[in-house]
Design a protein around this ligand. Structure first.
Ligand SMILES: NC(=O)c1ccc[n+]([C@@H]2O[C@H](COP(=O)([O-])OP(=O)(O)OC[C@H]3O[C@@H](n4cnc5c(N)ncnc54)[C@H](OP(=O)(O)O)[C@@H]3O)[C@@H](O)[C@H]2O)c1
Length: 345
């Protein structure tokens, strides 16, 4: 049995999902992979709790489900976070699920830097550090080596939808000619609910209730969440060093129920798309995010309210479509678990 000692930063929708699947999949991980996962440190906005023998996950999940604070947990240390958390917890792997910050990337960026400095593996659900410092983090991890990963972030680009794995691993040998994606569950849910007659605010509240919306939902509806995902995809899959400023970004606030009805009358559907296209085979990529009216038969127009999807057009692998249906944050936690398993191997 291999024991992997995990530090879990962030105990919100995703962090609680991680705790619940570490409990529900414990026997499967042992039987299938010979893997035991101990959470030796966990943090939220109040501080952290540490236990080298492994925190009691059921008790921690119960505390956070009742909106308790981890600093009040046995072994709790108010204010402990970031680099100090990494130094004190002595784990093998960081699971990072704190909120996205696109101005300074904190607290995630410093925690990830510290973990990589300490030789730990890192699995991110938080896109902020990659949006602001992809090149730096790739350089200090062995990101170019697909077979010996130390930094993984498949949860950042569509939750359980294997957007990054498809592009990096399964299209090996192919040239990617274009990408279309709908990778923001909140804007998809809102547009599809508005088609059914709901108002924007009501539809957003439902995505917040499901735990799918960002902590700051303006990131979803103004397009920045999709933009960050496209930045990560461009860097990790297309090999184009890309920052947010390279993209044209539009959100869905301007879309009205009348616009959606007019699209339907034309046999179309408005989808909040991220696109990477090249005007010519050797030209630079053009990257943009915004609402696009697609023919109703287009694979990304056919998707339901809880679906996300990606299409890769390639030279030799044909056109690959993948979609996932995710009703809450648990599939994102599952994507973190798949990265954990990959790193632990
Ligand atoms: N939700 C999804 O479906 C989904 C999907 C893909 C990726 N993600 C990404 O996953 C991350 C977490 O999302 P979420 O939905 O779980 O967010 P969330 O519910 O808002 O939870 C955020 C967690 O981070 C903690 N936190 C906030 N500020 C902190 C700080 N300064 N230091 C330490 N901890 C802090 C919060 O503490 P408290 O508990 O004390 O408030 C909470 O435990 C985000 O980066 C998001 O983009 C989410």
């Amino acid at each position: 049995m291999t024991t992997i000692r995990v530090v879990l930063a962030g105990l919100g929708n995703v962090g609680r999902g991680v705790l619940s699947i570490l409990i529900s999949q414990r026997d499967l991980l042992a039987a299938r992979y010979g893997l035991e996962v101990l959470v030796v440190g966990a943090s939220d906005s109040s501080g952290a709790a540490l236990d080298p023998a492994g925190l009691d996950l059921g008790r921690l999940l119960a505390l956070k489900s009742e909106r308790g604070k981890v600093a009040e947990f046995p072994g709790g240390l108010p204010g402990l976070g970031g680099r100090h958390l990494i130094e004190r917890a002595r784990g093998d792997l960081l699971l990072e699920a704190t909120p996205v910050n696109l101005q300074h990337g904190q607290p995630g960026l410093d925690t990830v830097r510290a973990a990589l400095d300490h030789g730990m593996g890192c699995v991110l659900a938080n896109k902020g550090p990659l949006a602001l410092a992809y090149g730096e983090l790739a350089a200090v991890s062995d990101l170019s080596d697909v077979d010996r990963p130390r930094l993984r972030f498949s949860a950042c680009v569509g939750g359980a939808l294997p957007t990054i794995n498809l592009g990096r691993r399964d299209l090996a040998g192919a040239r990617i000619l274009g990408v279309e994606a709908m990778l923001n569950g909140t804007s998809q849910g809102i547009l599809r609910a508005m088609e059914q007659g709901q108002g924007f605010a009501e539809a957003l509240a439902e995505m917040q209730r499901r735990g799918i919306a960002e902590t700051d939902p303006t990131l979803d509806v103004d397009g920045w969440d999709q933009a960050v995902k496209l930045v990560i995809l461009a860097n990790a899959v297309l090999g184009r060093p890309t920052v947010l400023g390279d993209l044209r970004v539009r959100g869905i606030r301007e879309i009205t129920r009348d616009d959606l009805a007019a699209a339907a009358a034309r046999g179309e559907r408005i989808v909040h798309l991220g696109r990477a296209e090249r005007p010519a085979p050797t030209a630079d990529w053009v990257l943009d995010v915004g609402p696009v009216s697609l023919p109703a038969a287009h694979p990304l127009a056919r998707m339901g309210a809880l679906e996300m999807g990606v299409i890769y057009r390639t030279d030799i692998s044909g056109t690959l479509h993948a979609t996932s249906e995710e009703g809450d944050a648990v599939p994102t936690a599952a994507a973190m678990l798949r990265d954990l398993i990959e790193i632990s191997r």
